[in-house]
Design a protein around this ligand. Structure first.
Ligand code: KG4
Ligand code: ZN
Length: 336
């Protein structure tokens, strides 16, 4: 199964085999191109996918020691995402599948993230709770099986990664500021600035992170000339996000009775979040799974995997090129 991911600013391609596992994968990140604009420019993203996708497919097949004739299917991200970017991957993948006379499978990007831990040697058996924290999403989802997803909590405004990026921007860090802010926080003093843990004082599993950036900006402006203020504020902000996420994860596990937690999405790269969750897991007696960082962020491998699992179950789509910029995860057909 060839997997193609073009939903945002990363071109990802992979070859996955249901029997042998992941055979090859490549990724091209457009991040440097968008940095000049302080965020992803959709039209530029689409055009860059046009430039990079075919060379990456060739490179991935070369790495796999295969030709297109060895492919049994082509999976691509059909949504959610930027519509122009999605269309590049969808059109290319569909055309390839049609030319090779193999099935094409339109994959839900979030399903890719949810199933990414299955790329690892010791995958979590369902049911498990997944915390999906990226630039576009902050979700808690119960995974009962493939295609059996229950949305437990969602963000009411900014996603966790978006909150990192916007706050970093306010503090003058270059785009995308999330990783830079996290790095700065490492040298910050915990507790010097204490920010709210939004929506943890009431029941429920939803998130709201947009108010935090105003609190951070006010603290930063009031103390900017003090030594180490930038790092200390960054630490206070990171602690607020991390603690909020940990509280909600524990709550989700308590509510569902599940004993496994999977972390997916780019914010899953955050070292502090990883450490705090590992601690909570020990304390509460659950197990936490962190896919490799390259499978935490957008990639083609998770799309190839999800496509292979769906094809194995006899599911694939007709020849129409359809993409869905918005797509309800709970509407997916269950597998098995
Ligand atoms: O999953 P991802 O690569 O892309 C999507 O948004 O789909 O996630 C990217 C997000 C960005 O908002 C980035 O700032 C954030 O993940 N991120 C981090 C860290 N590394 C990446 N946020 C906090 N700490 C990090 N170490
Ligand atoms: Zn993603």
């Amino acid at each position: 199964m060839l997997g193609v991911e073009t939903s945002c600013d990363e071109t990802g391609v992979a070859v996955f085999d249901a029997a042998k596992g992941l055979i090859a994968h490549t990724l091209y990140s457009q991040i440097r191109m968008h940095a000049d604009y302080g965020g992803v420019v959709p039209e530029l993203a689409s055009r860059d996918h046009v430039r990079k996708l075919l060379p990456l497919i060739r490179e991935t097949l070369r790495e796999a020691g295969m030709t297109t004739r060895d492919l049994g299917g082509v999976a691509y991200t059909a949504g959610p995402g930027l519509v122009g970017a999605l269309l590049v991957g969808a059109a290319c993948a569909r055309a390839l599948a049609w030319a090779l006379d193999v099935p094409a499978i339109g994959v839900h990007h979030m399903e890719g993230h949810l199933l990414a831990p299955m790329l690892e040697a010791d995958p979590p058996p369902p049911p498990y709770v997944a915390l999906l924290v990226s630039g576009g999403h902050s979700m808690l989802i119960e995974v009962a099986g493939i295609g059996r997803y229950k949305l437990l909590g969602d963000t009411l405004d900014d996603a966790a990664g978006e909150a990192f990026d916007k706050t970093a921007k306010l503090m003058g860090l270059p785009y995308p500021g999330g990783p830079a802010l996290a790095k700065l926080a490492e040298s910050g003093k915990p507790g010097r600035y204490k920010f709210a843990r939004p929506m943890t004082d009431r029941p429920g599993l939803d998130f709201s992170f947009s108010g935090l950036k105003t609190q951070v900006l006010m603290a930063y402006q009031a103390h900017a000339d003090e030594p180490n203020a930038q790092a200390d504020v960054a630490r206070g902000f990171e602690d607020a996000i991390v603690e909020t996420l940990v509280i909600k994860c524990r709550r989700a596990l308590a509510a569902t009775g599940d004993k496994r937690l999977v972390i997916a999405g780019g914010v899953g790269a955050n070292r502090h979040l990883r450490a705090q969750l590992a601690q909570a897991a020990q304390r509460d007696g659950f197990r936490v799974y962190f896919p490799r960082l390259e499978f935490c962020t957008d990639n083609g491998a998770m799309i190839a995997l999800a496509g292979a699992l769906r094809l194995q179950a006899g599911l694939h789509d007709d020849a129409a090129i359809k993409v869905a910029p918005r797509w309800d995860l709970e509407s997916l057909p269950a597998v098995g």
